[in-house]
Design a protein around this ligand. Structure first.
Ligand code: NAD
Length: 412
């Protein structure tokens, strides 16, 4: 329900603001986006006709640094969705103590219906349309749903053709254009690390735990791969076409060899077939929604049997489902903590670009785990001290930092 997405996020913002005792004027400032633009994205299609799409960039709050956030291509993306995702980025960056504000971008487009040339044309057209408000010290883009390193390379080139060499305007780039080794896996690596930390805090180990992962894109496939390498048993994975399952654990290397990007899981002959609905209700130790928002809502939340749900996707649980799950005793690790490995890795890439220094993958992964470890600790401590759920604790940590920056800058 895209029309209520930003209102859903604001419910969490309000709850944390109440507990923090934030003043009314600061609350108003934090709930609203700083700037939102809605642009026309025209392209010449391969048949010579002109197609136009809509594109959005929302800059939510920049009190702590330049705006930062991904760019998604999806046929159902709209301004409300992008506004909600921009708000999540503000709290996520602050929770990780990164020197960024929050932003998000989207183009209402179905990339599977476009040729590679048309996709490039749409990327360049959108980048030109927003070029006045982005930049290495203004607003930095990154990959999200249906966008990848190739798309980020086009963004970088389109912006640099106007402004001069500017790799730091976008992260998640190809290595040859200033990308850093480790960034592609960073979101998935972070999800696995936060899952392991949560299990450890609950007195359990990741090794031997049975995980079900919904979504097999950049985030989901790395979660499955890295968790399996660390001894977890992946009992099911899925994508938009459906999924594969095996009660004794899927042979993940065999699956990855078959399910290369572009191949859908329903075509892959590894394990047994399973639907997305069945996956969500599977008996397992950890459920990891890593596809799209609102995957678990009022209609299916009561079917969830996992005692721990880790939000690898942004906002995969509606507020209604959040209540149902918590009432059933399910522990939920919120998106702004669970998938923050992505923006943290982007911060390293941005830093590397601004200083023109090449990071090793070893240093990247080491720093990533340190940043995530500190963030997890701050959330867990707040959760225990205030006797609140992990989502509320995470919002409280992030919002307190943004509110303080707002006050210190004299903005409110
Ligand atoms: P992606 O486009 O690479 O993959 C999305 C996956 O979800 C695909 O496997 C697709 O088939 C599947 N999917 C789509 N609709 C589905 C449906 N209805 N049911 C089941 N599966 C479905 O996207 P991604 O980059 O992996 O992002 C996934 C989620 O993680 C999004 O919520 C995104 O905002 C979030 N996220 C991504 C990053 C990143 O670095 N890429 C960082 C933080 C958060």
């Amino acid at each position: 329900m895209a029309s209520t997405f930003s209102a859903s996020v604001n419910q969490y913002v309000d709850r944390a603001a109440d507990l923090l005792g934030l003043e009314q004027d600061i609350r108003g400032l934090l709930a609203d986006p700083y700037r939102q633009i809605d642009v026309q994205v025209p392209i010449h299609a391969d048949d010579g006709s002109v197609h136009t799409f809509r594109g959005y960039r929302v800059q939510h709050n920049g009190a702590r640094g330049p705006f930062k956030g991904g760019l998604r291509f999806h046929p159902e993306t709209d301004l409300d969705e992008v506004r909600a995702l921009a708000s999540l980025m503000t709290w996520k960056s602050a929770l990780l103590d990164l020197p960024f504000g929050g932003a998000k971008g989207g183009v209402t487009i179905d990339p599977s219906s476009l040729s590679s040339r048309e996709l490039e044309a749409a990327t360049r057209s959108f980048t030109h349309a927003i070029s006045g408000i982005i930049g290495p010290n203004a607003d930095i883009l990154a990959p999200d749903v249906n966008t990848d390193a190739r798309v980020m390379g086009w963004v970088m080139d389109a912006y640099s053709s106007q402004a001069g060499w500017s790799p730091a305007v976008v992260t998640g780039k190809p290595l040859e254009l200033g990308g850093v080794p480790g960034r592609v896996e960073a979101t998935g690596r972070g999800v696995v690390s936060i899952t392991a930390s949560t299990l450890a805090a609950l007195g359990q180990a990741l090794t031997g735990r049975r995980l079900a992962v919904q979504g097999f894109g950049n985030v989901g496939r790395h979660v499955a791969q890295l968790a399996a390498e660390q001894g977890a048993v992946i009992v099911a994975v899925s994508d938009v076409s459906g999924g594969r399952c095996a009660p004794e654990g899927i042979d993940i290397p065999a699956l990855l060899a078959e399910a290369v990007p572009g191949v859908l899981l329903h075509e892959v002959p590894v394990g047994d077939a399973i639907t997305n609905d069945e996956l969500l209700g599977l008996e397992c130790d950890v459920l990891i929604p890593a596809a799209l928002e609102n995957a678990i809502d009022g209609t299916n939340a009561s079917a969830v049997r996992a005692p721990l749900v880790v939000e690898a996707a942004n906002h995969p649980i509606t507020p209604e489902a959040d209540v149902t799950l918590r009432d059933a005793g399910v522990t939920i690790v919120p998106d702004i903590l669970a998938n923050a490995g992505g923006v943290t890795g982007s911060y390293f890439e941005w830093t590397a670009n601004l200083t023109a220094f090449r990071w090793s993958e070893e240093r990247f992964n080491q720093e990533l785990l340190s940043f995530l470890g500190r963030a997890f600790e701050s959330v867990w401590v707040r959760h225990l001290e205030h006797q609140v759920d992990l989502r509320t604790a995470a919002y409280m940590v992030g919002m307190a930092r943004v509110a303080e920056a707002v006050r210190l800058r004299g903005l409110a």
